[in-house]
Design a protein around this ligand. Structure first.
Ligand SMILES: [Fe+2]
Ligand SMILES: [Fe+2]
Length: 166
């Protein structure tokens, strides 16, 4: 199994896209199904964003100052996603805003993931060696069991609150 940071993050992105498609396919079904899918989407996003915020982003920022603007924009996109996730976590699937809010979350995250994969991950791959990317990946794998799994977990909320009050 690869421990390359970009490979690992792209695997997460693939799983997110799969869950997004499942949600889109569940538009006509029972609200319970959409609720269950949103719970899984929120968990996947919370873990992934946490690992990027704690390891990948600060490391890229430190090693590649030229990518500072991309990283800052990405942090802001994470923050928008955090707010939507925190709102969805307390919302019922039969709320009239539930599908709309989830759709906006999916659109935002899809855009964000495309920017990561197409705009700045390739620059990171080019600038850092294989060994460095593997070390970053290993740190993310080690941190994964401790990552928050719901947007309302204290570690996840702290990030959203820090961003709001900074
Ligand atoms: Fe991200
Ligand atoms: Fe990502």
């Amino acid at each position: 199994m690869s421990t390359d940071a970009i490979v690992l993050l792209k695997e997460d992105h693939k799983e997110m896209r799969r869950l997004f498609r499942e949600f889109q396919d569940a538009q006509e079904g029972p609200p319970r199904r959409r609720q269950e899918l949103v719970t899984r989407i929120l968990a996947a996003l919370t873990v992934h964003t946490y690992l990027e915020n704690e390891v990948m982003y600060p490391e890229v920022r430190r090693l590649l100052p030229d990518l500072e603007d991309d990283i800052l924009e990405s942090y802001e996109e994470h923050h928008v996603a955090d707010v939507l996730c925190a709102e969805l976590a307390t919302m019922d699937a039969d709320d009239e805003r539930f599908v709309a809010k989830t759709t906006v979350l999916i659109e935002n995250v899809t855009h964000h993931v495309e920017e990561e994969e197409q705009e700045w991950f390739p620059k990171v791959r080019e600038a850092l060696g294989r060994k460095q990317l593997q070390e970053i990946g290993e740190r993310m794998l080690a941190l994964r069991p401790d990552a928050p799994r719901t947007p309302t977990a204290p570690k996840a909320l702290k990030k959203a609150l820090d961003a709001l009050t900074a």
